[in-house]
Write a new protein. Sequence first.
Length: 119
Amino acid sequence: QVRLVESGGGSVQAGGSLRLACQASGYTSCMSWFRQAPGKEREGVAAICSGSPYYGASPKGRFTISQDNAKNTMYLQMNRLKPEDTAMYYCATGHTGGSLMSPHEWNAWGQGTQVTVSS
Protein backbone atom coordinates (compact mmCIF):
# COMPACT_ATOMS: atom_id res chain seq x y z
CA GLN A 1 0.00 0.00 0.00
CA VAL A 2 1.23 3.50 -0.84
CA ARG A 3 2.31 5.52 2.17
CA LEU A 4 1.64 9.25 2.32
CA VAL A 5 3.43 11.99 4.26
CA GLU A 6 2.08 15.53 4.40
CA SER A 7 4.12 18.65 5.15
CA GLY A 8 3.89 22.41 4.88
CA GLY A 9 1.24 23.23 7.44
CA GLY A 10 1.64 26.04 9.93
CA SER A 11 0.18 29.23 11.32
CA VAL A 12 -0.54 32.22 9.13
CA GLN A 13 -2.57 35.39 9.27
CA ALA A 14 -5.72 35.84 7.24
CA GLY A 15 -4.90 36.77 3.66
CA GLY A 16 -1.64 34.83 3.72
CA SER A 17 -0.54 31.76 1.78
CA LEU A 18 0.73 28.27 2.47
CA ARG A 19 1.80 25.40 0.23
CA LEU A 20 1.14 21.90 1.43
CA ALA A 21 2.97 18.89 0.05
CA CYS A 22 2.09 15.20 0.12
CA GLN A 23 4.82 12.75 -0.78
CA ALA A 24 3.80 9.26 -1.76
CA SER A 25 6.01 6.20 -1.45
CA GLY A 26 5.15 5.23 -5.00
CA TYR A 27 3.32 6.41 -8.09
CA THR A 28 -0.39 6.94 -7.78
CA SER A 29 -2.59 8.34 -10.55
CA CYS A 30 -5.24 9.85 -8.30
CA MET A 31 -4.67 11.78 -5.08
CA SER A 32 -6.67 14.21 -3.04
CA TRP A 33 -6.69 16.72 -0.21
CA PHE A 34 -9.25 16.70 2.57
CA ARG A 35 -9.56 18.81 5.67
CA GLN A 36 -11.21 18.37 9.01
CA ALA A 37 -11.91 21.07 11.56
CA PRO A 38 -12.71 20.19 15.19
CA GLY A 39 -16.27 18.97 15.52
CA LYS A 40 -16.83 18.89 11.77
CA GLU A 41 -16.88 16.18 9.14
CA ARG A 42 -13.93 15.57 6.85
CA GLU A 43 -14.38 17.75 3.78
CA GLY A 44 -13.04 17.25 0.27
CA VAL A 45 -10.82 20.14 -0.80
CA ALA A 46 -9.30 19.07 -4.12
CA ALA A 47 -8.26 16.03 -6.09
CA ILE A 48 -6.00 15.39 -9.05
CA CYS A 49 -6.43 12.34 -11.24
CA SER A 50 -4.30 11.65 -14.30
CA GLY A 51 -3.27 15.28 -14.22
CA SER A 52 -6.80 16.70 -14.12
CA PRO A 53 -7.72 18.86 -11.12
CA TYR A 54 -11.04 18.80 -9.30
CA TYR A 55 -12.12 21.11 -6.49
CA GLY A 56 -14.57 21.03 -3.65
CA ALA A 57 -17.00 23.85 -3.00
CA SER A 58 -15.24 25.75 -0.23
CA PRO A 59 -11.81 26.75 -1.52
CA LYS A 60 -12.63 27.15 -5.18
CA GLY A 61 -10.68 29.99 -6.71
CA ARG A 62 -8.23 30.29 -3.83
CA PHE A 63 -6.55 26.88 -3.80
CA THR A 64 -4.62 25.18 -6.59
CA ILE A 65 -3.75 21.48 -6.67
CA SER A 66 -0.80 20.20 -8.63
CA GLN A 67 1.37 17.11 -8.93
CA ASP A 68 5.00 16.36 -9.67
CA ASN A 69 5.06 12.79 -10.92
CA ALA A 70 8.85 12.66 -10.93
CA LYS A 71 8.81 13.23 -7.17
CA ASN A 72 5.58 11.33 -6.43
CA THR A 73 4.45 14.51 -4.72
CA MET A 74 1.18 16.40 -4.75
CA TYR A 75 0.85 20.03 -3.72
CA LEU A 76 -1.88 22.34 -2.52
CA GLN A 77 -1.18 26.04 -2.96
CA MET A 78 -3.50 27.94 -0.66
CA ASN A 79 -3.89 31.68 -1.16
CA ARG A 80 -6.03 34.34 0.51
CA LEU A 81 -6.43 32.11 3.52
CA LYS A 82 -9.35 32.70 5.87
CA PRO A 83 -9.85 31.73 9.52
CA GLU A 84 -12.46 29.20 8.38
CA ASP A 85 -9.70 27.36 6.49
CA THR A 86 -8.26 26.34 9.86
CA ALA A 87 -8.23 22.54 9.97
CA MET A 88 -6.11 19.43 9.82
CA TYR A 89 -5.33 18.77 6.18
CA TYR A 90 -4.97 15.19 4.97
CA CYS A 91 -3.90 13.72 1.68
CA ALA A 92 -5.40 10.51 0.39
CA THR A 93 -4.99 8.00 -2.40
CA GLY A 94 -6.54 4.71 -3.42
CA HIS A 95 -9.73 6.06 -4.90
CA THR A 96 -12.34 3.32 -4.95
CA GLY A 97 -14.86 5.01 -7.24
CA GLY A 98 -17.69 7.43 -6.62
CA SER A 99 -17.40 11.03 -5.58
CA LEU A 100 -13.84 12.35 -5.44
CA MET A 101 -14.90 14.66 -2.60
CA SER A 102 -16.21 11.89 -0.36
CA PRO A 103 -13.73 10.62 2.24
CA HIS A 104 -15.39 7.20 2.07
CA GLU A 105 -14.08 6.71 -1.47
CA TRP A 106 -10.37 6.75 -0.51
CA ASN A 107 -8.58 3.97 1.31
CA ALA A 108 -5.10 5.31 2.14
CA TRP A 109 -4.44 8.40 4.23
CA GLY A 110 -1.55 10.44 5.52
CA GLN A 111 -1.20 11.55 9.13
CA GLY A 112 -2.27 15.13 8.42
CA THR A 113 -0.72 18.57 8.73
CA GLN A 114 -2.27 21.38 10.76
CA VAL A 115 -3.19 24.70 9.16
CA THR A 116 -4.15 27.55 11.48
CA VAL A 117 -5.30 30.90 10.12
CA SER A 118 -5.67 33.80 12.53
CA SER A 119 -7.76 36.90 11.94
